[in-house]
Design a protein around this ligand. Structure first.
Ligand SMILES: Cc1cc2nc3c(=O)[nH]c(=O)nc-3n(C[C@H](O)[C@H](O)[C@H](O)COP(=O)(O)OP(=O)(O)OC[C@H]3O[C@@H](n4cnc5c(N)ncnc54)[C@H](O)[C@@H]3O)c2cc1C
Length: 607
């Protein structure tokens, strides 16, 4: 199974990405330039990533007491990725970028995620540098962001602490002004940071000359106390090695020390670290405290960080999707070749017949079609969201604002839906392999282990669900939800014109109405504890409704295409979603609408 025809269909036949060329920013682009980027990424992923996916799983990063060692293949892959220009693909020509639409960038990065998600393709580095391009000073952009875009430096995001994961208001890393002249540093107001950051991906390695940590920390008030809540959080650039305003390494190490590597269930090609800031292991200028430069305004750190987190959430959704796709591809291949069992005829099974390949059994087809509908549907959703990012940045004001609001509502789904359902796809891929799927001789167990992370990081499932029901569907008077309902209704109206789609259009219309009713019922008492007790079932129902919409819209494009196996497959995947998946929304919304407190009310002692 090749991913490319699906990507091409979604980009061109469905999203009409070439219309973006009408925007001034993308005027130099064409189908040829988009294809060239996809070709390059497909080739690098095939040559430098896919062959080493198992290697990076078995040769975990290790610390030799001084350095963190990663396989040579990881160095080679990342060098090839940086060499392709993808780290700065979306940036302006003047700074060496390609001014590529984000939709095409996201599609191109999908090839790396499918080939080897944990070798990594610079998502954190690009996200870190993009944040600095928006919130940093000119000097911070020059010294830090541009060197990240070139691949000379890499980036991290340091939010979590051992005691502060979901609840970032409990961050306790402290930042105090560094000397009387702290405000005069050309790299930005200079502080000294002390604290521990847990779970930091790519926090230590030798892949690049320097690592640029973006760190959330609190500046104590005049009484030396940390301001409670998120209001007190500021954002700092903390380089692993000190740099001067010309971007050169000064030769001095900053006071950031690796306290340990975390040994993960999957995603083992990327280091994951506990970092100690300012413990005095590497004093700077003879003093303890990691040197950090303030980004943006003090107290507005979380606002700045959200810039990186929203991009990262689409990236996580895409990673989950492509892991699902990798499992689908492997299990499809396996099912086409594995002989086992005989078909059931009117007189039962005939043992005299040779065994058939398992793809001929209806239940195996069910498992394959489920994977196809989850993963190709999720890919369509991620690319749709990526297209909204382009709309937000380049469309005329009113449409750009609509795109912003739609993204607000869709981002929790873009992150969470593939994390749950493409993980389920990986489980089905194991099932298709039978016992072999449960061994490390086949790749599918690794895909599942790698994918299991996605419901946890970048805001857990529970946190995303509360963000959706507690904030996103309510914000700006519910305008985002209304806009989404409008888009869904546009699709159902078109689908009503196609006789074979009318039942699906009605089912989708009903699901949308139920989501609206459940949203109002959840909030009818005005009590967050009532409404949010079943936020995850709400997220699931909302996500399934969105995916049904995406599939129906994709099916309209497929329906308009000439007959082919691909067209038949897409229409079947859409039907699968409507027949086997969409009806689940009723059960999920039931507990939401009735504000069911079965879980919330159970005393701890009764467990
Ligand atoms: C491999 C990996 C890579 C990571 N990379 C990074 C990184 O690069 N940078 C970074 O800063 N962090 C990173 N993280 C951290 C990640 O974002 C956190 O693990 C995550 O936010 C959850 O925090 P926690 O682990 O402390 O769990 P907790 O917050 O303790 O959550 C435990 C459980 O309780 C639930 N829960 C918590 N609070 C609530 C609530 N108020 N209401 C309902 N349910 C709740 C959660 O949903 C979850 O199911 C990474 C984590 C992992 C495992």
């Amino acid at each position: 199974m090749s991913l490319r025809p699906t990507v091409d269909f979604l980009l061109h036949d469905w999203l009409h990405v070439e219309t973006l060329q009408q925007r001034e920013r993308f005027a130099d682009h064409s189908r040829e330039t988009f294809d060239a980027v996809l070709d390059t990424c497909e080739r690098i992923a095939r040559e430098k990533y896919a062959p080493f996916n198992r290697l990076v799983d078995t040769q975990e990063p290790h610390f030799d007491g001084e350095r963190v060692i990663l396989p040579q293949a990881t160095h080679d892959a990342q060098k090839a990725y940086a060499g392709s220009g993808m780290l700065s693909a979306a940036q302006d020509y003047e700074i060496g970028g390609m001014q590529l639409p984000y939709t095409v960038e996201a599609a191109a990065n999908a090839f790396f995620a499918m080939a080897s998600v944990s070798i990594g393709s610079g998502m954190l580095t690009t996200g870190n540098a993009n944040l600095l391009m928006v919130h940093g000073t000119e000097m911070q952009k020059q010294v830090f962001a541009l060197n990240e875009f070139s691949g000379r430096f890499s980036g991290t995001m340091c939010l979590s602490e051992p005691q502060a994961g979901s609840s970032l208001s409990d961050v306790s890393t402290r930042a105090v002004p560094d000397g009387a002249d702290f405000a005069d540093d050309p790299l930005g107001p200079r502080y000294r940071l002390k604290g521990n950051k847990m779970w930091i991906s790519a926090g230590e390695h030798e892949l690049t000359e320097n690592i640029i940590h973006l760190v959330l920390a609190k500046i104590p008030d005049e009484n030396g106390k940390l301001v409670p809540g998120t209001r007190g959080i500021s954002l700092f650039i903390v380089p692993k090695k000190m740099v001067n305003p010309a971007g050169e390494l000064t030769g001095e190490r900053n006071d950031v020390a690796l306290a340990g590597l975390n040994h993960k269930c999957g995603w083992r090609g990327t280091t994951n670290t506990l970092l100690n800031f300012g413990e005095g292991k590497y004093p700077v200028g003879g003093e303890t405290g990691a040197v950090g430069y303030l980004v943006g305004q003090a107290g507005k750190g979380l606002h700045c960080m959200f810039h990186m987190m929203n991009e990262a959430r689409i990236g996580v959704g895409m990673a989950a999707t492509m892991l699902g796709m990798a499992g689908y591809s492997a299990s499809l291949d396996y099912a086409r070749n594995r002989p086992q069992g005989r078909p059931m005829g009117p007189a039962g099974k005939d043992p005299a017949q040779p065994p058939v390949r398992i793809i001929e059994h209806a239940d195996v087809k069910r498992m394959l079609l489920a994977q196809k509908s989850y993963c190709e549907g999720a890919l369509a959703l991620e690319l749709y969201c990526a297209r909204l990012v382009d709309e937000q940045h380049t469309a005329e004001a009113a449409l750009a604002d609509d795109a912003r609001l739609l993204l607000e509502v869709l981002t929790p789904i873009a992150k969470s839906w593939p994390s749950e359902w493409c993980l389920e796809a990986n489980s089905l891929a194991i099932q298709v392999h039978g016992g072999y799927g449960y061994t490390r001789d086949f790749p599918v167990e690794q895909y599942w282990r790698d994918n299991r992370l996605n419901m946890i990081h970048e805001g857990t499932h529970g946190i995303q669900a509360m963000d959706l029901l507690g904030r996103k569907v309510l914000m700006e008077g519910g305008k985002g939800l209304s806009l989404l309902a409008g888009r869904i209704t546009d699709t159902t109206k078109q689908a009503m014109q196609v006789p074979e789609f009318t039942a699906h259009a009605k089912a989708l219309g009903e699901a949308l109405a139920q989501v609206g009713t459940a949203t109002r019922a959840a909030w009818s008492t005005g009590e967050p504890t009532d409404a949010l007790a079943n936020a995850v079932p709400y997220l699931q129902a909302f996500g399934h409704t969105v995916l049904a919409w995406v599939w129906l819209d994709v099916a309209l494009a497929a329906h308009a295409a000439p007959a082919s196996n691909a067209r038949t497959g897409r229409l079947a995947a859409m039907r699968f979603f409507f027949h086997y998946e969409l009806p689940k929304t009723g059960a999920w919304l039931q507990v939401v609408s009735s504000r069911d407190q079965t879980c919330a009310d159970l005393p701890e002692e009764a467990f």
